[in-house]
Design a protein around this ligand. Structure first.
Ligand SMILES: C[S@@+](CC[C@H](N)C(=O)[O-])C[C@H]1O[C@@H](n2cnc3c(N)ncnc32)[C@H](O)[C@@H]1O
Length: 289
């Protein structure tokens, strides 16, 4: 399958299944998922074995059905439970990701300018909404099921890593990093540097932070309520302060911040190389409406 975004043809490479995610505070879905946690088998500290084949792929299954419960299980730092609870699992908001954009998502969509790249688009609610509004948008995700679901809902998406070669590098008006995707790859500064290569001069990065004051690098895996799980992968959780520190290290400046429905967001722009601290010009392009 192929498509066009920002005037660039892209072909979809098929890949093996991926890894993924992060949630929000206490939505009804999350509360329901928490109630399921008592049924989870006890896992004390599990050995981390990167590269272990998937026993099952609970993330793909959840995307196919549009339903959880699904969890992120912490395999590292078991002594620091921040937000993961004593069981070291964090419920993932699959139902919200598979639903149309909510009010907080819409507050992000309204800030998008120009063509939009959604990094770690998941089932693609943001990309589909932008496409329906006539804004050129592309999702990128490791998960084949995420890409399929995005396309089914009317959005364009490619199955790739954010660190792979991508369509329109250096020309995206806005890059989105939603739902804890600052954790992708487990090295936020490296991720933010990479996103700086994708964005057009004067373009925006709209990123969601964790609702807690956390700054963690950890190893996790996705798990369902039956204990089926994917392979371990590196992840990170950053509250707003930590995200801004990482952004500064990666050459971004803060140009806006807001909270919607308890979810903190920041708007960042590239710092110009010859004028550290200076804001890049804002480009006027079509907006989501
Ligand atoms: C928090 S979940 C998705 C939430 C998503 N924003 C949504 O609207 O549903 C994180 C996503 O990032 C994807 N992902 C993980 N590592 C990635 C990478 N290196 N490049 C692209 N996507 C990645 C996962 O497959 C997963 O779909």
């Amino acid at each position: 399958m192929s498509g066009t975004a920002v005037g660039v043809d892209f072909a979809v490479a098929e890949r093996p299944e991926p890894a993924m995610a992060e949630p929000r505070a206490e939505s009804p879905t999350v509360v329901m998922a928490r109630n399921h946690m008592s049924t989870l088998p006890a896992h004390p500290t599990l050995p981390v074995a990167p590269g272990t084949p998937w026993i099952n792929d609970p993330y793909a299954h959840a995307l196919r059905t549009g339903r959880g419960p699904l969890f992120l299980r912490r395999l590292s730092h078991p002594d620091r439970p921040d937000g993961f609870g004593e069981e070291h699992v964090l419920p993932l908001d699959v139902e919200r990701w598979c639903a149309p954009p909510d009010a907080a998502d819409t507050s992000v969509l309204r800030r998008c300018t120009g063509s939009v790249l959604d990094v770690g688009c998941g089932p693609g609610r943001m990309v589909a909404a932008l496409a329906a509004s006539g804004v050129p948008a592309l999702g990128v995700d490791l998960s084949g099921d995420a890409v399929k679901r995005t396309r089914r809902s009317g959005g364009a998406a490619v199955q790739r890593s954010a660190f792979d070669r991508l369509p329109g590098e250096g020309r995206w008006g806005t890059v989105l990093l939603m739902d804890g995707n600052i954790g992708i790859g487990g090295d936020p500064v490296a991720l933010l540097r990479r996103l700086g290569e994708l964005i057009a001069p004067g373009g925006l990065l709209l990123a969601e932070a964790a609702p807690l004051d956390v700054d963690e690098r950890l190893t996790v895996r996705v798990e369902d309520s039956h204990g089926h799980h994917g392979r371990p992968f590196p992840w990170a959780r950053l509250g707003t302060a930590a995200l801004l520190n990482a952004a500064d290290s990666a050459g971004w400046i803060l140009t806006g911040r807001w909270t919607a429905d308890g979810r903190p967001f920041v708007e960042l722009r590239r710092r110009r190389a010859n004028h550290p601290g200076a804001q890049s010009p804002i480009i006027e392009r079509p907006h989501y409406s």
